[in-house]
Design a protein around this ligand. Structure first.
Ligand SMILES: Nc1nc2c(ncn2[C@@H]2O[C@H](COP(=O)(O)OP(=O)(O)OP(=O)(O)O)[C@@H](O)[C@H]2O)c(=O)[nH]1
Ligand SMILES: [Mg+2]
Length: 521
């Protein structure tokens, strides 16, 4: 290997023999791709060698490359870091790239791809530009309103655009963390009394026997967690110990773990066993009673279940008798699948009556899905038999709908917040904007400072933090004339020249944390 005697055509795969630079020994034949600066991923000259994949070939090529005096192996992530430092990608794009690489589901990939290709940067930079412009206008008003031709309505114009920005940010941040949830996965717990079929559902979802299934009550003691792709949505599902009062120390701990884990979950699947004997005169009443008893006994409903999505799974419908099925068939779409199924066993019929409940049945007509009222909200109910594969399509369809409601839609016009880090800076930005708009009437200097801090928060998301941007706008937009009343000052920190800025006589220049960097005299 050595300098190109005949440079390859840029960005075109070319077949070449790869030689050792010193010995001229042929190491391999392979494709080379030449990306001259600046049209490369890092913005620097870049050569890709596509050699045969054997360990000996790769090792010979790397050893040979190592003989060049200025070569070394790249650090992990170094190419992307260089790309950022050379201005090819900003931080949100780098994060998007990492998310594309790590995305495990189709919906996650779509969101990550849009972030990687700069959609989030474009949105945030647009907001930042408005803040910088507003700040520049306020600063120009402070510095030059008496001596220069600054329009009178400059403050009211800034006020209008900041008010508009505040309402945009407020609605952007009121998104129920859907983008972050899509990125990190929706946390789902399967809850219910012992033996209702929770572990059977877990195994159905994971398509493998991750949990022991048995007819012994209290089989599952610990949390069993699995990461899944459910119709493109990332889900972390956890099977739990059956909820009941027990004297068994180990099982008690399992119940406590089930409850505390469910508090961290976004969606709770509450399973009930329809075959349990009950004096109730209707299936719907039975479901409602079972769910309410379970929740009353083990949760502080208002506190623990607030903001959680719920799905009720009524399992073991294979044990229903025909009249009971008839009742359900009339009332729900899910149950139609049950009655159509040839797998239904009538053998365990218990002779319940079929009169429908009027208490918990809050909607069975509009969507065709039965809903039961839990804590004042309608909760969808699906009917399944895990041993007879009944109602499972309906269960998955309903689950997918709930997941879609919990996650951002990556095809929507505006990409959601995808990371808690972004949300923190956006929240801070909003606070500074609110303070800015409040002080615009009373103290324009404070308002300008708050606008500068607000734009700095966005800069922290994208990795662009520069006070010079504000000065640029002042000089560009207001064409301030008296150049000789300014002094060009080199901003030098730790012997490194960062920028040349123009300051009025006696004017201070501070960094984002308000440290004085320089002053002209
Ligand atoms: N007939 C019938 N039996 C079922 C169905 N689903 C599960 N079972 C059986 O019910 C028993 C309990 O099932 P599991 O999945 O272990 O129940 P669980 O809720 O995890 O029980 P614990 O771990 O003890 O809390 C097993 O014998 C299953 O085969 C169903 O739809 N119909
Ligand atoms: Mg179990």
């Amino acid at each position: 290997m050595g300098a190109f005697t005949c440079p390859p055509k840029p960005r075109t795969a070319t077949l070449r023999t790869i030689l050792d630079n010193k010995s001229k020994e042929r190491l391999d034949s392979g494709l080379i791709l030449w990306f001259p600066s600046p049209q490369s991923f890092t913005g620097e000259d870049c050569l890709e060698l596509h050699v045969h994949g054997g360990v000996a070939v790769v090792s010979a090529v790397l050893t040979s490359l190592g003989k060049f005096p200025s070569t070394r192996q790249a650090e992990p992530g170094e190419f992307t870091k260089r790309s950022f430092l050379n201005g090819k990608l900003d931080i949100t794009e780098v994060e998007g790239l990492a998310d594309v690489i790590h995305s495990e589901t189709e919906v996650q990939r779509k969101q990550a791809y849009r972030q990687m290709t700069g959609e989030l940067s474009a949105l945030y930079n647009n907001w930042r530009d408005i803040m910088i412009r507003s700040c520049a206008h306020v600063e120009a008003y402070i510095d030059f309103s008496e001596e220069e031709n600054i329009e009178d309505d400059v403050i009211s114009t800034v006020m209008t655009s900041i008010a508009d920005l505040i309402s945009q940010l407020e609605s952007y941040l009121t998104d129920g963390r859907r983008g972050e949830r899509l990125r990190d996965g929706v946390h789902v717990a399967v809850l219910g009394r012992p033996n209702v079929g929770k572990s059977s559902l877990m195994n159905y979802l994971t398509k493998r026997p991750v949990a022991i299934v048995s007819d012994v009550e209290g089989t599952t003691r610990d949390l069993i967690e699995s990461t899944l792709d459910i119709n493109g949505y990332p889900v972390v599902v956890v099977d739990t110990a059956g909820l009941r009062e027990t004297g068994d120390k180990v099982e008690k701990e399992g119940v406590a773990r089930a409850i505390s884990r469910s508090e961290l979950c976004d969606l709770l699947i509450i399973m009930v066993d329809i075959s349990e004997d009950n004096s109730s005169d209707s299936i719907l009443t039975l479901i409602g009673q079972q769910v309410h008893q379970l929740l009353d006994q083990h949760f502080q409903a208002e506190r623990d279940l607030k903001d959680k999505s719920l799905l009720i799974v009524v399992n073991k419908v294979d044990k229903l008798d025909s009249p009971a099925l008839q009742s359900l068939t009339c009332r729900t779409r899910g149950a139609e699948a049950i009655s159509d199924s040839k797998n239904i066993s009538d053998s365990s019929a218990k002779g319940r009556t079929t009169s429908p409940s009027s208490v918990q049945d809050v909607d069975s007509t509009e969507s065709g899905i039965l809903k039961v009222d839990v804590l004042g909200s309608p909760v969808p109910v699906v009917f399944t038999s895990l041993t007879h594969s009944i109602g499972l399509h309906h269960f998955l369809a309903e689950l997918t709908q709930l997941l879609a409601a919990l996650c951002a839609d990556p095809t929507s016009e505006c990409l959601s917040v995808t990371q808690a880090r972004h949300r923190t800076h956006l929240d801070n930005c909003l606070d500074f904007l609110r303070e800015a708009i409040e002080s615009l009437d009373t103290d324009v200097v404070v308002a300008a400072e708050n606008l500068r801090l607000a734009s700095g928060e966005i800069g922290r998301i994208t990795g662009r933090i520069s006070t010079e941007d504000i000065l640029d706008v002042i000089f560009k937009e207001f064409c301030i004339g008296k150049q000789n009343s300014f002094k060009a000052v080199n901003l030098v920190i730790n012997n490194i020249k960062l920028a040349t800025i123009k300051l009025k006589k006696g004017q201070k220049y501070c960094d984002d944390d308000n440290n004085l960097l320089c002053i002209t005299c």
